[in-house]
Write a protein that binds this ligand. Structure first.
Ligand SMILES: [Zn+2]
Length: 890
């Protein structure tokens, strides 16, 4: 929970995790995050749907490739029906493509192009409803939309891969096409590739035929219409495993050589398809379901209709699979849910994108609840709430807004918050009504484009419950309630009086008062009773019967409502809550609050017991974290017991917390022992990092030996290299320099670069080596070097960084990140200030009057904050992968 909050340190720490093919303990969230976060600076997605001139019925796409030139050679035939009379030309979105010819209904047609469009002249004014065929021949080297991943001298065994990524508005970079979600077309993908390649696209595979020496042509047909951002092609050297589920093909493909990761990663796919089909009452809607993992994918996953693409970073190494609770389920279930929400019923514009992403987030947690139990799902939602409140700039922005430059600008609202809002709607309607409403929504809008009003209508038609107010507050309105709650006990009346205030700032803007059902629980020695209330006013008082002074009062038992609460409770009540509250979120809340009670023996004892004995791992993790925050000998003793936890993801947290107790020399011995002996690689890695962090005596020797140990996905070696940086021992520099050489595994190169940012800062040879890496062909490496140079703070780097920034040679638009690092070098203090500002972990919405105390360079600080917030949002978006792959804590 702290990582994404600490702007700078989050970023630098993540760099250490960058790996090209690393799949295990840690995922390279950073690059995924960064690519997406930065893309937003370079373009603006259209927030409003366009008015259409024509309907695209069918797109027949024929592609071949020049691998040496990284070129696409294409022909697309569009079958089009004009929607109005008198059109003189047909416009297609087309960026950076050379148009070789255009034909209209079999005859050459005049055409022209500009930066964004291809205009094809009609030979006579259009009549609504008539039909035209437009065939366009073109070629180009796409800057976006279609990517070539190819071997080179240093990485000669890299499988050859081509993959596309259409969302949001990038299909136009490799196909001239109508490219906005508010239309749908059938597609044919006819692709000619080397004969030993495999291809995957939307819909059914029609044929594979010889196409001249060494080549084959694959024909895929998607007969049900889809929006063009969902068009996909993956082609290359892949290993595959073919299964069927309810008579449709369900195939898995991974980069060649990684077949052993298919089973651990994808095993639960058929069960998941059954669960979603049955729960929604709408069978899986497409001809087949393919999942293909590709290298260097720019996102976690993409829900292309019937053909999901996933990052190969999410694949689980068979020896590491048991070290994570849910494997890649979070990612897999998210993308699979989109096959219904997003692909079958597709948002008509980016402003309503929550209809795709909020549902996918909600459904992924629903799978988690089904497969891993209510406690795991509740704990996920608790973390999701905390993540929402941490991203302060989201608070005043509604889930549906047209005020953005990029459709991902408020990702934290349309993913995390929207998922929680849907869960509240489920709570309030009840499962039967809620899932019937979803079924009706999907059936009524099958193969249609939708806006929020379509969902409201479907819910009301199905349930006869009017949900206008709910949507007004949660979807069209911004923020969430912030409650101040206080209770007194009236012994004479035998009543608990509860005063509830809504304290969110409702002056102007989009945030209002909320009308929410709340369950209050009152526990006395005679037992616990629940009372449903509705809170709707700014200030209200409620009374509840209680035979004696309550041991505990819970406001919103089980944490069902997205909200923040200030509710003063005694130490004894908190302890009682930690020990006795029925629901995980309430126990976790108590653990967190007790973590603030330094020097309170009873709190430490209670946390220690929870860390050792709570039956749910998340409470144990939260208790360990609280103990780490409290510090001191008694807390240390309790954390040590956590090393015996059966779950590796809990032991890992115990190790991380132990690293903070700095006044016990014996701990270094303990950590060394864990680094060598724990049964889980992720725990051993955490111990190595802990040794570096403690700057323990003799740590360098341990780290050097660890760097020689082979382990799955180099978990141990990578941790050792990263720990050398944290340790800050200049003697590590020569070894680290060896690990950054071309040909070494990418994940180790980036880890070594990250560490070189932290030591031997006066060493000019290291500085110039890192500067040279700014010209490397690999984006991950360039980016790691950018951060390392920022960390080193040597002004020699400013000019080369400027040059790189101006060259624009950072695929996902790394300009702002480079600026950030230059600013760090120029003003080291400022970065600290930024850290301080973003370190607020209170989970409260933005305080009013935040603009006070303007710093001299406030503008820069604010802009840097924005970058970090984007990172945090994308991190949140991908949190599932991270949780499962890296660590059990939020
Ligand atoms: Zn999604």
């Amino acid at each position: 929970m702290t990582e994404e909050n600490h702007g700078r340190s989050f970023v630098t720490r993540q760099v250490g995790r960058i790996r090209r093919r690393g799949r295990v303990a840690v995922i390279s969230i950073f690059v995924l995050v960064l690519g997406a976060a930065l893309a937003l600076r370079l373009r603006a997605d259209e927030p409003f749907a366009r008015s259409r001139d024509y309907h695209l019925q069918n797109a027949r796409i024929e592609l071949r490739f020049d691998l040496d030139q990284r070129q696409v050679i294409g022909q697309v035939t569009h079958t089009i029906t004009p929607l109005k009379d008198g059109l003189r030309e047909l416009d297609f979105d087309s960026v950076g493509l050379t148009i070789l010819s255009a034909r209209l209904d079999g005859k050459d047609a005049h055409f022209s192009t500009d930066d964004a469009k291809l205009h094809v002249d009609l030979d006579r004014p259009s009549k609504s409803g008539e039909k035209h065929e437009v065939t366009i021949r073109y070629q180009g080297s796409p800057k976006k939309g279609l990517y070539f991943i190819l071997p080179n001298n240093s990485y000669s065994s890299q499988p050859k891969e081509i993959w596309t990524q259409g969302e949001a508005e990038d299909t136009r970079y490799y196909i001239p096409i109508y490219d906005y979600p508010n239309d749908r077309t059938a597609t044919e993908m006819i692709v000619t590739v080397p004969r030993d390649w495999v291809t995957v696209s939307n819909g059914k595979l029609q044929s594979v035929v010889d196409a001249g020496p060494g080549m084959k042509t694959w024909t895929w047909r998607q007969s049900q219409p889809i929006s063009t951002y969902l068009i996909s092609l993956v082609a290359g050297e892949f290993d595959e495993s073919k299964k069927t589920w309810r008579n449709i093909p369900v195939d898995y493909r991974v980069p060649h050589g990684e077949a052993d990761r298919i089973e651990p990663t994808f095993a639960r796919t058929p069960e998941m398809l059954s669960f979603f089909s049955d729960r929604l009452g709408v069978p899986y809607p497409w001809d087949k379901y393919d999942q293909t993992a590709v290298d260097q994918f720019s996102l976690g996953g993409m829900e292309n209709a019937s053909a999901t693409t996933l990052t190969a970073r999410s694949l689980l190494h068979p020896e590491l699979a048991h070290e994570s609770l849910e494997g890649a389920d979070g990612l897999i279930s998210h993308e699979m849910s989109h096959q219904w929400f997003g692909d079958l019923a597709t948002t008509k514009d980016w402003a309503n994108l929550w209809l795709n992403e909020g549902f996918a987030t909600f459904m992924a947690t629903l799978w988690e609840e089904h497969q891993y139990g209510v406690d795991n799902a509740a704990y996920s939602r608790w973390r999701s709430q905390a993540a929402y409140f941490r991203q302060r700039r989201l608070f005043n922005v509604p889930i549906v807004t047209h005020e953005f430059r990029d459709s991902m600008e408020y990702a934290g609202n349309i993913y995390g918050k929207a998922g929680l809002v849907l869960e509240m709607l489920r709570e309030q309607l009840g499962d039967d009504a809620f899932f019937h409403a979803l079924q009706h929504y999907l059936e009524a809008n099958r193969l249609q484009n939708v806006a929020t009003a379509d969902l409201i209508k479907a819910i009301e038609e199905s349930t006869h419950v009017d949900v206008d107010r709910f949507f007004e507050e949660w979807i069209y309105g911004a923020g969430a309630p912030r409650f101040a709650v206080s209770t007194t006990y009236d012994a004479g009346a035998k009543q608990v009086r509860m005063e509830v205030k809504q304290t969110q700032d409702v002056r102007g803007g989009h945030v209002g008062l909320f009308d929410v059902p709340i369950e209050v629980a009152v526990a006395t020695s005679a037992g616990s009773k629940s009372f449903p209330i509705t809170v709707s006013k700014a200030d209200e008082t409620f009374s509840f019967p209680a035979d004696s002074e309550p041991l505990l009062v819970l406001f919103d038992k089980g944490d069902k409502i997205l909200k923040s609460v200030e509710f003063h409770k005694s130490d004894a009540q908190r302890i009682y809550q930690l020990q006795h509250a029925e629901d995980v979120p309430d126990r976790v809340d108590a653990a967190q609050a007790l973590g603030d009670m330094k020097g309170n023996d009873a709190a430490i004892t209670a946390l220690g017991e929870a860390a050792a004995r709570d039956h749910f791992w998340g409470v144990r993790v939260q208790a360990l974290t609280a103990l780490g925050r409290i510090g001191g000998a008694q807390a240390e003793k309790a954390v040590l017991l956590g090393l015996m936890d059966p779950e590796p993801w809990v032991r890992e947290v115990a190790v991380e917390q132990l690293s903070k107790f700095s006044d016990d020399a014996a701990l270094a011995t303990k950590l060394t022992e864990i680094a060598n002996k724990d049964s889980a690689y992720r725990v051993r890695a955490a111990a190595l990092l802990g040794l570096g962090q403690r700057k323990a005596e003799g740590a360098m020797t341990t780290l050097e030996s660890a760097a020689k140990i082979d382990s799955p996905d180099d978990v141990i070696r990578r941790a050792a290299l990263r720990a050398m940086g944290t340790l800050g021992n200049d003697q590590a520099a020569p070894q680290l320099l060896e690990w950054i050489e071309p040909g070494k595994p990418m994940r180790l190169r980036t880890a070594a670069i990250d560490s070189l940012g932290k030591l031997a800062k006066k060493d000019e040879a290291i500085e110039s080596r890192l500067i040279a890496l700014l010209n490397d062909s690999d984006f991950d490496l360039r980016l790691a070097a950018v951060y390392a140079l920022g960390e080193r703070g040597d002004s020699t780097a400013i000019e080369p960084l400027e040059t790189l920034r101006k060259s624009g040679d950072i695929p996902s638009g790394g300009g702002p990140v480079i600026e950030q690092q230059i600013a760090r070098i120029k003003n080291p203090g400022e970065a600290q200030e930024r850290d301080r500002q973003s370190a607020d972990n209170s989970g409260n919405p933005p305080a009013a009057g935040n603009g006070a105390n303007q710093q001299p360079n406030q503008q820069i600080v604010e802009r840097l904050d924005k970058i970090d917030q984007n990172l945090a949002e994308m991190n949140e978006r991908l949190k599932k992968i991270e949780q499962q792959q890296t660590r059990a804590t939020p």
